[in-house]
Design a protein around this ligand. Structure first.
Ligand code: C2O
Ligand code: CU
Length: 494
């Protein structure tokens, strides 16, 4: 297990999931998802920092089943699996420079781990069972400790049996605040997620062969922060920073704040020059930070919609509350730049990474594999429909982890040419790194950084990294059924 040197840091904030200290969850004012969610002030919607001072932020995350309400009565509460006593939960907020110590307590009847999506952290903290840590067994604890190097909007989730666990709600939010960000009048979090629920509140199948081998199996109930079309209160006439997350397992969304002048100020937590919110499709795991002006008068509303489908779909309403902040001119403000190492493109080899269907669907029974040393049925695919560079996860013999897709030399820069050979969209995610997105043969690319990029059908997209962070790093599609049926591999930086 990674060894954590005793912290020399003096002050700390103890944060217990579900405890009073976590009042930062961005739930809207209606359709509250959890029995205790009424205690939350909708107007806060994630604006309360969990710590006023101190260098160490501690949180305990108890992964277990909790009966929580997604559907209104007469449906029953649903058997969610969460890290806190409500969904979404928790929202961990910390300042850049602070250290996070997070203890996972496994209250499930299967092993698990926590992957910190989008964080450029040391490999041992990355939370991938068998690859970067032994799985945390039922009843066990595992401590993660790292100092996020970048500010931004991140999240965390398990990395085995993800189709079920994320499908049942196992994800939390990690926000790292810039010390020198411009002032906003509110800072809210909106997690877009569908649920696979029948009318009575029971979960249905999270995956189907038909879905897994195509665009994925879509949920039946759309929510924001676990609530169906919630009303989220915002200060009248305020400048609102909204951290919009797609944490669905399957759906691609293209969000709008209808009726507002809205600007994208960060992608996957990474600042970019503000650009109008007008066409930024997000696959699963992708995020944008948006700045918009709330309506001037209390009671007036704006709508958050998804325009990716033929018919725009309302997701939530922002309702202005309060006396109305003094009038000031609205102009988009850039966030302070992050310090992602700049790849040296002149010296960068081009590594082709091809995403394809497998020639033949393969299936195997992990349970009969003798002495599988590194993986098990929860972490391997039961069937493979997809491949990266013609290698499915797991590959041919399935006895061990497959070899890395490629081994990179530490300190060198690389360009990945991501080629989508399929007629489907794939949000491609790298662990431990942030891509610099360079160019596409199919569209004009806005220069930006991202940990997950949405590959269009047949597109070739070039992204670059400086390989400064050693270790084995997962590289996979974030449509969870694609990840779980072969479209996953890892790169080695040594
Ligand atoms: Cu959110 Cu391996 O990913
Ligand atoms: Cu995919």
């Amino acid at each position: 297990m990674p060894h954590h040197p005793a912290s020399a840091l003096s002050r700390r904030t103890l944060l217990r999931a579900g405890g009073a200290a976590i009042a930062a969850t961005a739930l809207g004012g209606t359709g509250l998802a959890a029995p205790d969610a009424g205690a939350l002030k909708p107007g806060l919607t994630g604006s309360t920092p969990i710590t006023a001072a101190g260098d160490l932020v501690e949180v305990e995350l108890v992964a277990k089943q909790r009966m929580l309400r997604i559907l209104p009565e007469p449906a029953d509460p649903s058997p969610l699996i969460t890290y806190a006593d409500r969904f979404p939960g928790p929202v961990i907020r910390m300042r850049k420079g602070q250290r996070l110590r997070a203890t996972l307590v496994n209250g499930l009847d299967e092993h698990t781990s926590i992957h910190w999506h989008g964080i450029r952290l040391p490999n041992l903290e990355d939370g991938v069972p068998y690859l970067t840590q032994p799985p945390t067994k039922p009843g066990e604890r595992h401590v993660y400790e790292f100092t996020p190097p970048d500010a931004g909007s991140f999240f965390f989730h398990p990395h085995c049996n993800t189709v079920e666990l994320l499908g049942r709600g196992l994800a939390g939010v990690l926000i790292v605040e810039e010390p020198d960000a411009p002032k906003f009048d509110a800072d809210i979090v909106c997690l877009v997620k569908d649920w696979q629920l029948d009318k009575s509140g029971k979960f249905g199948a999270f995956t189907t062969d038909r879905g897994a081998s195509r665009a994925g199996t879509f949920g039946s109930v759309s929510t924001v922060n676990g609530a169906i079309e919630p009303v989220i209160e915002v200060p009248a006439n305020g400048d609102i920073r909204a951290r919009l997350y797609n944490i669905d397992s399957t759906r691609v969304v293209d969000l709008r704040v209808e009726g507002a002048d809205a600007w994208i100020i960060a992608v996957d937590g990474n600042p970019l020059p503000p650009r109008p919110l007008d066409g930024w499709p997000m696959g699963p795991a992708m995020r944008i930070d948006v700045l918009f002006r709330a309506p001037a008068k209390a009671g007036q509303t704006l709508r958050l919609t998804n325009v990716y489908s033929a018919e725009p779909r309302p997701l939530a309403t922002f309702r202005a509350v309060g006396p109305g902040l003094p009038n000031k001119r609205f102009k988009p403000r850039a966030l302070p730049a992050s310090a992602i190492p700049e790849p040296d493109l002149k010296d960068a080899p081009i590594i082709p990474i091809a995403f394809s269907a497998t020639a033949v669907a393969q299936s195997f029974d992990a349970a009969v594999l003798p002495g599988l040393p590194y993986a098990d049925a929860l972490c391997l695919s039961a069937k493979t429909f997809w491949a990266i560079n013609q290698q499915s996860w797991p590959e041919g013999g399935h006895e061990r982890l497959p070899p890395p897709l490629v081994t990179l030399e530490k300190g060198r820069s690389y360009i990945f040419e991501l080629a989508n050979l399929t007629p489907h969209l794939h949000p491609i995610h790298i662990h431990g790194y942030t891509f610099k997105v360079l160019s596409s043969d199919a569209r004009k690319v806005v220069p930006h950084h991202a940990d997950t990029v949405l590959l269009e059908p047949k597109e070739r997209l070039r992204v670059a990294i400086k390989a400064d962070n050693p270790g084995d790093w997962m590289f996979h599609c974030h449509i969870i059924e694609h990840q779980d049926t072969g479209m996953m591999g890892y790169i080695r930086v040594a």
